[in-house]
Ligand binder design. Structure first.
Ligand code: SAH
Length: 352
């Protein structure tokens, strides 16, 4: 049987200490290594100057060390946003985005290779799910970008390819490591996890005693409208999803963000705005309107600018917190998952 090596960068400090004991090393080595992995963001063992050659050899032969390879970087000429395409050890590709805001630098990471949720307007789901990312593969998107830009990351959004709550245990471990005071020490309040609405796991997350923000991809203000865009709505009724949001707020005190991608003539009309107001009334929430990014595999149209503004005004009139998402990196491969997809397609054609 093939020996599966331990992924050393996914271990907590305590687990790493136990591992050192197992291989006959002193516990303080764990702290040194952990710092190289999660603070100094070393790309390989050779950078780790205070680690003996003997220990490095043991680590190289007994463990895997995750360090994603940058395949392509696209930089926006408009706002400096950067899109990264990374290759994982098994040659899978994932993409991440780096954005600079006045309140700090933000990274949007992927949680899976591909996705099985099937949302109708999303490019990430077209090839289906390949696999979930390990905690270290999620972390290293941030680490590699931080190293490449030479700047500190203050905010992390799990809004790239994949459904984070479909990779629950790895997501939780990732959050624990990312917010560890011995590691990068990112504040829980600066982390947002976006879900299409997997109800059991939203409730589970609410019970974890975390201070992260939960974003719910709504996209439809009635069960029927939501079902037309999101197959996951066949499984969970809108009422159940909203009740889970309410529960999340009650347990954590964190205001829910609703994401609502506006698709021309599908969910951007007056009655949609009115139903949306009714749906969220009484909930402490914020609504983020996203003019849909068009992907060439689907023939949707984006809402016109005036319809977006009218939709926003209708919500504002009912005193709902609403913003239209600033389009970052408009000039580089638009919608989620498109950069990865373009590579997949060219890989394919080059093989034919
Ligand atoms: N699976 C998670 C997170 C990934 S997608 C989720 O569903 O929330 C992050 C957000 O981008 C989601 O709200 C998703 O619906 C939205 N999105 C995906 N493709 C889009 C597109 N082409 N245009 C606008 N929003 C899109």
């Amino acid at each position: 049987m093939e020996d599966i090596k331990t992924d050393i960068k996914s271990l907590s400090l305590e687990e790493l200490k136990a591992e050192m004991k197992k291989i006959g090393e002193k516990p303080f080595r764990a702290k040194q290594l952990y710092e190289w992995f999660h603070v100094k963001l070393a790309r390989d063992y050779d950078e780790m100057t205070n680690i003996s050659k003997g220990l490095k050899e043991k680590l190289k032969s007994g463990y895997t060390y995750t360090a994603l390879k940058i395949v392509e970087v696209q930089t926006s000429q408009i706002d400096g946003t950067k899109k990264y395409l990374f290759e994982l050890a098994d040659k899978s590709l994932v993409e991440s985005v780096w954005m600079q805001y006045h309140h700090g630098n933000s990274v949007c990471i992927s949680s899976q290779v591909g996705c099985r949720m099937g949302c109708k307007f999303c490019a990430s789901t077209i090839g289906g799910l390949e696999r979930g990312l390990t905690p270290s593969e999620m972390l290293d998107q941030i680490y590699a970008i931080s190293k490449d830009t030479g700047e500190r990351v203050s905010n992390v959004v799990v809004m790239g390819t994949g459904e984070p709550l479909d990779n629950y245990d790895n997501l939780l471990k990732f959050i624990t490591l990312l917010t560890d005071e011995n590691g990068l020490n990112i504040s829980q309040r600066n982390i947002t996890v976006s879900t299409c609405g997997i109800v059991e796991n939203m409730r589970r997350l609410a019970d974890e005693d975390l201070q992260i923000t939960l974003a719910l991809s709504l996209h439809g203000s009635t069960q029927e409208k939501r079902r037309a865009l999101m197959p996951i709505a066949d499984k969970y009724d809108l009422d159940e999803v909203i009740a889970a949001c309410q529960y999340y707020f009650e347990k954590t005190g964190r205001r829910i963000t609703f994401e609502y991608s506006l698709v021309g003539g599908v969910n951007d009309m007056e009655e949609d705005a009115e139903n949306l107001c009714r749906l969220v009334s009484g909930l402490n929430c914020h609504i983020n309107l996203i003019p849909v990014n068009l992907i060439k595999e689907r023939d949707y149209t984006a809402s016109q600018k005036k319809d977006v503004m009218r939709f926003k005004e209708r919500l504002e009139k009912k005193h709902i917190n609403v913003t239209v998402r600033r389009e970052m990196g408009r000039d580089i491969d638009g919608a989620c998952g498109q950069l990865r997809r373009r590579h997949h397609i060219s890989d394919h054609t080059s093989k034919i």
